[in-house]
Design a protein around this ligand. Structure first.
Ligand SMILES: C=CC1=C(C)c2cc3[nH]c(cc4nc(cc5[nH]c(cc1n2)c(C)c5CCC(=O)O)C(CCC(=O)O)=C4C)c(C)c3C=C
Ligand SMILES: [Fe+2]
Ligand SMILES: [Fe+2]
Length: 337
């Protein structure tokens, strides 16, 4: 039996403030997410961010929480695990874990260990590599497994930003809206502090040194989250036959006052509304499942800001969720030892 472990980010156990606080504390106390001195991080997270953000975020989570299925991120993650298990069949044990909260990575690894799997293939569910997402998952898994007496044959998917099935899946999801019916297309990725990009630049002389450092995907920037994001967007655009003036790549969900990777989605939305764009199609290709950042931030927040400035409608392209093409992509990654 071979073990496959899917790991996504995590979501609160409920949309109530105490559960959201517990989630944010675990998430934001991760040194790869808020990568500052631990004393400063503790002060920032426990003293400022979590006390103020928890009640606000709880309100947003209540907006996207379904009575029947709970958090969209967990709902689609469970579906992805079940569908991949069905596809791979008996020789494989597919487990799901979340980096923060539940189901925990520790419990999923123990289920694989108890079944004496010969090997474990870990798939962090983030197409583009970032230390704050993929890096954190890999570190946590290695930390836990390193304490086992028998360390299994273990491998990790580091990124899948250019996976052809994933690219086709996003493009197909957009086709049903008729891309030609929109004035402009946005590729809005989750943001990241600029210093986290710079830390991944092993040459110390490329990332953010010029305005066009992400315009090509090359040997120097191949591990950069922003360069991988630009690459994903260009591939989806090419699949849809979009020319470069028909779309904009941007980054959402900035937290705090430090500079994050730019341009910021909210500023791009405002600029395009002021230029007279009426209808926009928005992809969020940093996420493989719909979540707070897509369902609320794009459909409610950016749509509201766009309309307030004269725009008519922002249409979110749904995420990969339970699409058969994405399950095929996962199966390929699972089998590609
Ligand atoms: C310093 C702060 C943050 C970094 C860095 C960060 C990176 C990052 N996050 C994701 C994926 C997701 N993030 C989600 C929610 C979310 N993200 C942050 C902060 C940082 N993320 C916060 C505070 C939150 C919680 C919501 C809020 O209060 O605004 C989610 C959604 C979870 C859900 O339950 O739906 C995802 C998914 C990636 C891929 C990433 C690095 C590239
Ligand atoms: Fe995030
Ligand atoms: Fe870069």
């Amino acid at each position: 039996m071979k073990g496959i472990l899917l790991v996504n980010l995590g979501t609160p156990d409920s949309p109530q403030t105490p559960d959201v606080r517990k989630y944010l504390n675990e998430f934001l106390m991760d040194g790869r997410v808020i990568d500052v001195n631990p004393i400063v991080r503790t002060f920032l997270v426990r003293g400022i961010i979590t006390p103020f953000r928890s009640p606000k975020s709880a309100k947003l989570y209540k907006e996207i929480w379904s009575e029947e299925t709970g958090s969209p991120l967990l709902y689609y993650s469970i579906l992805q695990q079940k569908l991949l298990q069905d596809k791979l069949g008996e020789g494989y044990q597919v487990e799901l874990a979340m980096r923060y909260q539940s189901p925990s990575i520790e419990s999923a690894l123990l289920r694989l260990k108890d079944n004496l799997v010969e090997s474990i293939r870990v798939i962090p569910m983030f197409p583009q590599y970032a230390s704050a997402s993929t890096g954190s998952v890999i570190e946590k898994v290695m930390q836990l497994v390193s304490t086992w007496q028998t360390i299994p044959n273990i491998s990790f998917v580091n990124s899948f930003h250019d996976d052809p099935l994933m690219i086709k899946n996003f493009a197909d999801n957009a086709r049903k809206y008729g891309v030609e019916n929109y004035d402009h297309v946005l590729f809005s990725f989750h943001g990241l502090p600029q210093r986290q990009l710079i830390k991944c630049d092993h040459t110390h002389n490329y990332c953010l040194k010029s305005a066009d450092c992400c315009d090509t995907f090359n040997d120097v920037n191949k591990f950069c989250y922003s360069a991988q994001s630009h690459h994903t967007a260009r591939l989806i655009a090419a699949e849809l036959g979009l020319t470069s003036n028909q779309y904009t790549i941007c980054f959402q969900s900035r937290l705090g006052n430090d500079p994050w990777v730019q341009p910021y989605t909210s500023e791009v939305v405002a600029k395009l509304a002021k230029e007279g764009k009426k209808k926009m199609l928005v992809f969020c290709p940093a996420f493989v499942a719909d979540c707070l950042e897509t369902v609320y931030e794009v459909t409610e927040e950016y749509n509201g800001e766009f309309k307030a400035l004269g725009g008519e409608h922002i249409q979110l392209v749904e995420s990969l969720n339970d699409s058969p093409l994405f399950i095929d992509a996962l199966a390929k990654m699972a089998l590609n030892y």
